[in-house]
Design a protein around this ligand. Structure first.
Ligand SMILES: *Cc1c(COP(=O)(O)O)cnc(C)c1O
Length: 387
């Protein structure tokens, strides 16, 4: 059987939590969603948490809550899942990409600084910047926040990889100290899962209220948020055009149960990363240099293999039943983005990274024997390709 690059970890307590909801009065819009939201808010030390049916929905709502629309520009990293950029297009805005630092795979603060300067001169400053904590390694948020503040740009952190990680100051990812909002994903390969699911975190009450309104059709039942006098106890008002992006109680119960094991998941992933670092130390394989064990959540462990042999090494590992992957194809090289006018060469570090990257398996229940097999297969494949 193929060893996957990532996999959920489901306990009997997780299963029981889901079964309990199935036998309860509420499958959705019940008490499990607010309980999960409160749990994550508490873990991340943030005031407000709004659960959604995916991180993609959460990114869309975060952009809408900041007023992103036609004529606006949103910047993100090219080395991310397409959803980090698509959210701006959903709102009718334009997207642009800031090149990465080759050691951290995150948005490079130097590139960001010069891109801001050029954008200011051209009168094309972005409204929102979406830094992505790639692989679970936090971006340099202090510098990014400093730059964004100077140019009046808002920040939404895409922390889909990084729940359980900590900023350079030791504070938990998601506390919104450096941003307006933080988005999380609960897809099964991510740090904890709800099957499908996501969340918006914020310390700003107005943004929280907007996100909550947009999550559920733009409908309010609170008289304070209404335009007209309530007509009766049944009365509700749709005041903006929203969506149904709600999470169900079934999903939330799984998430809350998983949250209790998040610290264990992170320490298991860090142990795998530390062991990869040790086992690969005296080989030609480039381990993730800028990734600090004490900070990263290690959603992914990406090694770099010279571009000439990467494809052959990748294929050899797949043949050995190892589910290696490549995260990610630079977003602007996707056909949809090419058709918007993006061309190769925009972000050279990102394109070189893409030529060389291989994501090795990493997940909480990954065994030492499996890891030894992966490392042995990798070293054999690389030496077979170089000799
Ligand atoms: C997984 C992921 C998303 C999308 O998450 P969904 O919950 O699947 O919508 C967005 N951004 C990044 C960086 C991701 O890894």
């Amino acid at each position: 059987m193929m060893i996957p690059y990532g996999r959920q970890n489901i306990s009997s307590a997780d299963i029981q939590a889901v079964v309990d909801v199935l036998g309860s009065d509420f499958l959705t819009q019940g008490p499990a969603v607010p309980a999960f939201e409160a749990g994550v808010a508490d873990y991340c030390k943030t005031k407000y948490a709004i659960a959604t049916n995916s991180a993609t929905s959460a990114l869309h709502l975060a952009c809408l809550a900041l007023g992103v629309g036609f004529g606006d520009i949103v910047w993100t990293s090219p080395i991310t899942f397409v959803a980090s950029a698509n959210c701006a297009l959903y709102c009718g805005a334009a997207v642009d990409f800031v090149d990465i630092n080759p050691d951290t795979f995150n948005i490079c603060p130097e590139h960001l600084a010069s891109k801001f300067e050029m954008a200011e001169r051209a009168g094309r400053l972005p409204k929102v910047l979406i830094p992505v904590h790639m692989c679970g390694q936090p971006c340099d948020m202090e510098r990014i926040r400093g730059l964004a503040d100077r140019y009046g740009c808002r920040i939404v952190e895409d922390a889909s990889h990084a729940l359980g990680a900590s900023y350079q100051n030791g504070e938990p990812i998601g506390n919104c100290l450096y941003s307006d909002m933080v988005v999380l994903s609960f897809h099964p390969v991510k740090m904890i899962t709800t099957g499908e699911g996501g969340m918006v975190l914020t310390n700003d009450e107005t943004l929280a209220r907007r996100v909550r309104l947009l999550r559920s059709h733009g409908i309010t039942r609170e008289p304070a948020g209404m335009v007209q006098e309530p007509d009766g106890l049944w009365y509700y008002e749709q005041v903006v055009l929203g969506f149904n992006y709600r999470m169900t109680d079934i999903h939330a119960a799984l998430g809350l149960s998983q949250l209790g094991r998040l610290d264990q998941f992170v320490s298991d992933r860090r142990a795998v990363a530390r062991r990869y670092n040790d086992l690969l130390e005296h080989t030609s394989i480039v381990t993730p240099l800028g990734h600090q064990i004490s900070e990263s959540a290690f959603h992914l462990y990406v090694v770099r293999i010279p571009g000439k042999i990467r494809r052959a090494v990748f294929n050899a590992l797949r043949t050995a039943d190892i589910g290696v992957n490549v995260h990610y194809i630079p977003v602007y090289l996707q056909p949809y983005y090419r058709q918007l006018g993006f061309i190769p060469g925009l972000c050279p570090n990102a394109e070189l990274y893409y030529e060389e990257a291989i994501s090795l398996p990493i997940f909480p229940a990954f065994s030492v024997d499996q890891q030894d097999y992966v490392v042995r297969s990798l070293v054999t494949a690389v030496s077979g390709c170089t000799s």
